[in-house]
Design a protein around this ligand. Structure first.
Ligand code: GCW
Length: 875
C-alpha cells in the first residue's frame, strides 16, 4: 500500500449505480452468469451488513468494490454503500471488508501437499459476533475472486461461507482467442473479434473489458488475444502500442495480456536475414522486442508459439529444436517474469496415407519427449487434451506422461470447432473432466492428468490450463446461450479440477436462468447428458467426430478424413474399420503410454468400447463389451442420440413460462435446428456404415424410411435433380434445385390414414441467398418460410452438403388420403455483392466490390418426412 493515511472516498451514487444495473438488464445474454437478477429470498441474507469497505487503491481493488456493491444491490434489492480506503485505521465492524494483506501467507503457508499456496488464494470469513464479513487475500486479484465467489453464493441462494479458503490449482489459467488483426476469428462462431478490426485494435474496447470481467469471475488470469496462426506483422511498434490499450482494460480484472507470435518475426518485422533462433542477431532482436513490450505493458503475460505445424515456419528450418526456439524467447521474457507457452501441436500434415505405420497421433511424443529437461524454467509445453485434434472423444495425449522435467499446460477447446460450433448444445466440461480424471499410471502409480498439469506428479508447479474460447462481438459472446456453460465450466475446472460437475452446472444454471427448481433440474440434466448425446449421433467408439475435416468441421463428411496427408484416418475398409495403433501389429502409438495404460489399450479384452476404433482395426461385426456388434451399436447409438437431441426441444419448451422471451426464443430455435441436424448426422453415418459393411440394421431402420418422400421422387415442375457430395449427406444422395426465377413446385398425393401429423421439410440453406418455400395442402398454404438463416454452417459454404442441410417442421397438420401436398420453392437469383460475401468469411479481392454469381441459392430440397403429431420433429 502506498500511503498510510486514511482517506475515504464516496463512490458512485447509489441511484446512478442502480440505473446502470437496471439498464444492463436487457436479456440478450451479454450479462452471461453475472446477471445479478434479484433473488426470490433476499431475507436469507438480512444479516449481511450494508457497508462495504475496500482497503487498497489499485484498479483491481476498485473493480472488486464496485462489483460487490453492484452485485449485492441488485441481487438483494437494498442499498449497499462503498468506501475505499488505502489503510490507516483498523477495519470497522458491521461491514463487509475487502482487504489485501500478508496475513494469509502467515496463516497458511502450504497446501495439503506441502507446496506453497498460490498468492491468488482468498478467504471469506464471517464473524457473527462483530457482524463482519472479511474477504482477504495476499493480492488484490484474490479479493476480486473472493468477491465473485460471494456474489455467486448469494445468486445461487447458498449460505454465506463462514470460514472458507479457496486456492487455484495452478498459476496458468488462460484463454486463447484465435482472433486475426483483420477482425475475423479462426474457428470463431459468434461474429467478428471484440479486439480487432481492419488490421488494428478496435477503438472501442468496452467489450474487451467486459470480457475480462467475465474471465475474472471464473478465476481466469491470462488471455492471449490473437490467433496462434499469428499475423506476421504483429510485433511492430505500432501494433504493440495498440495492444497496450487492451492490457489497460484487462488490468483491473487481473487478466494478463498475452500474444501469439510467429517465429519468423525477426525477419518479417525486424528485417533480419534470418530467424534462426540461435543466431546472435536473432537473440538480440527478441531481447529488444521483449523489453519494448514490457515498457508498454509492464504486466505482459508472455508468448504462445505455434511453430513447425500446419504451414507455420519454425526452428526445424535451421535444424534447431523446439527447445532452442523456446529458450531464446524464455530468456528474453524471464527478467520480466513472462512465460512461453510452446504448443505441443507439432505434426506433419503431409503424411503418406498408404503407410500403415504412419500415425499423426505419435507426433507429440516423437517431437517433444526427447527434449524433456532441456527447456528453461519459464517454458510451458501446451498440450492438446488428445493426440489428434479436439474430437468428440480421443484418448488423452501420452505426452502428458512423457515430460517429467518440463511444466505442462493442458489445452482444451471451448469454441466448439468439432462439436457443433455453438449450433449444437454440448457441455464440454463432461469431456474435460473425463480427460482430467484419466489415470495415466506413470510408474504404475496414480497419476491423473489433472495432477500432472497442476504439477503435483512431477513437481512442476508452473503449468496449468489453457482453453481456446473465441468469443465474438455477438451480445452473448458464444452464440448459443447454452455454450456459455462451457466457458464457465472451463474456469471452474481450471481453478479446481476436483469441483463436481453437478455443482458446476447447477450453479451456472441458477446464475444464468434463475433459481426456479424446474428450470434448474431440466437444464442441468440436458447439459449433463449433452456430450454423450452429441458423441452418439456423430462419431462414437473413438472414430473421430466424422465431420468434414477438409471443410468447416461442422456437418458430416465421413471420408474427408481418409486418404489424404492430414492423418485423421480411421481406415474404414471392406474388412473392417479403425486405426491399428497397437505395438504388436500397428503404428506402435499405444507404446507411448506408460506400461499399465498401454497394456489396457493394447488388449482388445480391456480396451474400452468408447475408444476401440482409435486403437484397433476390427471387423464390422466385432462384438463389443456391451454385447452388441460394432455396426449394430453404431446404428442404435445414432438413433438414440438423434432422438435425445430432438427431445431437447420438448424439454426446453416445458420451461416456456419461466424464461424471458428473448433468450427463450433464441434457444428454442437452436434446439429445433439441432434436432434436425442430428438427423442429418444420424442418417449420413448409418447409411455410410450400411453401405460399407453390407450389414443390415437388426431393427430395420437404416435406409428404410417409410414416412419419407424423396424430393426427386415427387412430381416436379421446374425442379431438377442434382447429386449431392458426399452422397451420405442427402437422403438417397440426391436433392432438387430450382433455377427458374418464377419458382418451381414439387407435388405428391398422400395416402396417409386420416389424422393429424407433423411434416418436416428437409432442405438446404446457404448463407448467400434467401430462397422462399411455401407448403400447401390441396392448394391451401400451411406454412411459408425463408431460407435466410445464418445457422448452418457458421461460415460460408456454397454447397449442398451436411453443413447446409436443415429442416423446417410444421406441426399439427390434418391430412387424409388423397390430399395433395405441394412444396413451392422460389430461388434467390440475385447477384451477391462481394462485400456481403466477405462478411461470410471470404477475402476481398483487389477489385473491391465484385459480383459473385455463383452465390445464388436455388431453393434446394432433400425430402419431406411426415410423422406423428407430437412435440418433436419427425424421426
Ligand atoms: O484444429 C486445428 C484447427 C486450426 C487451428 C489448429 C491449431 C489455429 O482446425 O484452425 O489453427 O488446430 O490448434 O493450431
Amino acid at each position: 500500500m502506498r500511503c498510510s493515511s486514511l482517506w475515504l472516498k464516496s463512490v458512485a451514487s447509489f441511484a446512478l449505480l442502480f440505473a446502470i444495473v437496471m439498464s444492463a438488464r436487457a436479456e440478450d445474454g451479454s450479462a452471461a452468469w453475472l446477471r445479478y437478477a434479484p433473488i426470490p429470498h433476499p431475507e436469507m441474507y438480512k444479516n449481511l451488513p450494508s457497508r462495504i469497505f475496500v482497503y487498497g487503491d489499485s484498479s483491481t481493488d476498485h473493480a472488486a468494490g464496485i462489483e460487490l456493491q453492484r452485485g449485492l444491490s441488485s441481487l438483494l434489492g437494498r442499498r449497499f454503500t462503498l468506501q475505499e480506503t488505502n489503510g490507516g485505521t483498523p477495519p470497522p465492524s458491521n461491514a463487509i471488508i475487502l482487504r489485501t494483506s500478508d496475513w494469509m501467507r502467515d496463516r497458511i503457508i502450504a497446501d495439503q501437499n506441502g507446496r506453497p499456496i498460490q498468492p491468488e488464494t482468498y478467504s471469506l470469513n464471517w464473524s457473527e459476533e462483530s457482524k463482519t464479513l472479511l474477504i482477504g487475500s495476499e493480492l488484490p486479484v484474490g479479493d476480486l475472486y473472493g468477491t465473485f465467489q460471494l456474489l455467486e453464493e448469494i445468486a445461487s441462494q447458498q449460505p454465506i461461507p463462514q470460514n472458507y479458503i479457496s486456492a487455484p490449482s495452478a498459476p496458468i489459467r488462460w484463454t486463447d482467442e484465435w482472433d486475426n488483426l483483420n477482425g475475423t476469428i479462426e474457428r470463431g462462431y459468434a461474429g467478428p473479434s471484440i479486439f480487432f478490426e481492419n488490421g488494428h485494435v478496435r477503438q472501442d474496447l468496452t467489450r474487451a473489458g467486459e470480457y475480462a470481467r467475465l474471465l475474472a469471475s471464473i478465476g481466469i488470469n491470462g488471455c492471449n488475444v490473437n490467433n496462434v496462426n499469428a499475423d506476421l506483422d504483429l510485433l511492430t511498434t505500432e501494433h504493440l502500442k495498440e495492444f497496450a490499450r487492451i492490457a489497460d482494460v484487462f488490468r483491473p480484472w487481473g487478466v494478463k495480456l498475452a500474444l501469439s507470435i510467429d517465429l519468423t518475426s525477426p525477419q518479417t518485422v525486424g528485417g533480419l536475414d534470418t530467424f534462426d533462433p540461435l543466431d546472435p542477431k536473432v537473440i538480440a532482436w527478441w531481447q529488444k522486442k521483449v523489453d519494448e513490450i514490457y515498457t508498454l505493458i509492464p504486466d505482459f503475460g508472455g508468448f504462445t508459439v505455434k511453430a513447425d505445424s500446419e504451414g507455420r515456419k519454425g526452428p526445424s528450418q535451421y535444424g534447431r529444436t523446439p527447445a532452442d526456439a523456446a529458450n531464446v524467447l524464455a530468456r528474453a521474457l524471464a527478467p520480466h517474469h513472462g512465460v512461453v507457452l510452446y504448443r505441443g501441436f507439432v505434426y506433419n500434415n503431409h503424411l503418406d496415407w498408404h503407410d500403415l505405420k504412419a500415425d499423426r497421433a505419435r507426433a507429440g511424443v516423437d517431437n517433444f519427449a526427447y527434449l524433456d529437461g532441456k527447456f528453461d524454467k519459464n517454458v510451458i509445453i501446451q498440450i492438446k487434451e488428445g493426440p489428434i485434434d479436439f474430437q468428440a472423444r480421443e484418448p488423452v495425449s501420452p505426452l502428458f506422461a512423457a515430460l517429467r522435467h518440463t511444466p505442462e499446460a493442458i489445452e482444451v477447446e471451448t469454441t466448439q470447432e468439432y462439436t457443433g460450433q455453438q449450433r449444437h448444445m454440448v457441455w464440454l466440461p463432461s469431456m474435460w473432466k473425463w480427460v482430467l480424471d484419466t489415470d495415466m499410471r506413470v510408474d504404475g502409480k496414480p497419476s491423473d492428468v489433472k495432477d500432472i498439469v497442476t504439477g503435483k506428479i512431477f513437481d512442476q508447479p508452473t503449468g496449468g490450463f489453457v482453453s481456446v474460447v473465441n468469443v465474438g462481438i455477438e451480445p452473448n459472446w458464444l452464440h448459443h446461450p447454452m455454450a456459455m456453460a462451457n466457458l464457465y465450466g472451463y474456469g471452474k475446472l481450471a481453478w479446481n479440477p476436483d469441483e463436481p460437475l453437478e455443482k458446476i452446472i447447477d450453479t451456472w444454471t441458477r446464475l444464468t436462468w434463475g433459481n426456479d427448481p424446474q428450470v434448474d433440474r431440466t437444464i442441468d440434466s440436458m447439459q449433463m447428458k449433452s456430450w454423450h448425446v452429441y458423441e452418439s449421433y456423430t462419431g462414437p467408439n473413438g472414430m473421430g467426430t466424422l465431420t468434414n475435416i477438409l471443410g468447416y468441421h461442422f456437418g458430416p463428411g465421413i471420408e474427408s478424413a481418409e486418404r489424404n496427408g492430414w492423418g485423421q484416418w480411421f481406415r474404414g475398409e471392406k474388412d473392417g474399420i479403425g486405426m491399428d495403433r497397437t505395438v504388436a501389429t500397428g503404428t506402435g502409438f499405444i507404446g507411448q503410454y506408460p506400461k499399465e495404460l498401454a497394456n489396457k489399450y493394447e488388449n482388445l479384452a480391456t480396451c474400452p468400447d468408447d475408444l476401440l476404433l482409435f486403437f484397433h482395426h476390427v471387423p464390422y461385426d466385432y462384438k463389443l463389451h456391451s454385447g452388441k456388434t460394432l455396426v449394430q451399436s453404431i446404428y442404435d447409438s445414432h438413433y438414440e442420440g438423434a432422438l435425445a437431441a430432438a427431445e431437447y426441444v420438448q424439454q426446453w419448451e416445458s420451461l416456456k413460462d419461466k424464461i424471458d422471451p428473448e433468450r427463450y426464443e433464441k434457444t428454442d430455435a437452436l434446439f429445433e435446428y439441432q434436432a434436425g441436424h442430428a438427423i442429418v448426422w444420424r442418417d449420413a453415418i448409418n447409411n455410410w456404415f450400411h453401405r460399407i459393411s453390407g450389414i443390415n440394421d437388426a431393427e430395420g431402420r437404416v435406409d428404410h424410411d417409410p414416412n419419407r418422400i424423396e424430393a426427386e421422387d415427387m412430381k416436379a415442375v421446374g425442379y431438377k435433380t442434382v447429386d449431392v457430395t458426399p452422397w451420405e449427406t442427402a437422403s438417397g444422395g440426391k436433392a432438387v434445385e430450382c433455377h427458374d426465377a418464377k419458382g418451381c413446385t414439387l407435388t405428391t398425393t398422400l395416402e396417409k390414414p386420416a389424422g393429424t401429423y407433423d411434416i418436416a421439410v428437409q432442405y438446404f440453406d446457404i448463407w448467400a441467398g434467401v430462397s422462399t418455400y411455401t407448403l400447401s395442402v390441396n392448394g391451401s398454404t400451411i406454412a411459408t418460410w425463408k431460407a435466410d438463416d445464418k445457422l448452418p454452417p457458421a461460415q460460408f459454404d456454397e454447397h449442398l452438403d451436411g453443413q447446409t442441410s436443415t429442416r423446417q417442421t410444421i406441426r399439427h397438420v390434418a391430412l387424409k388420403p388423397g390430399d395433395v401436398l405441394e412444396l413451392r420453392g422460389v430461388p434467390d437469383l440475385r447477384l451477391i455483392l462481394f462485400h456481403g460475401a466477405q462478411a461470410a468469411g471470404l477475402t476481398r479481392t483487389s477489385q473491391g466490390l465484385q459480383m459473385q454469381p455463383n452465390l445464388q441459392e436455388y431453393a434446394p430440397v432433400d425430402y419431406i418426412e411426415i410423422g406423428p403429431d407430437g412435440p418433436i420433429t419427425p424421426q
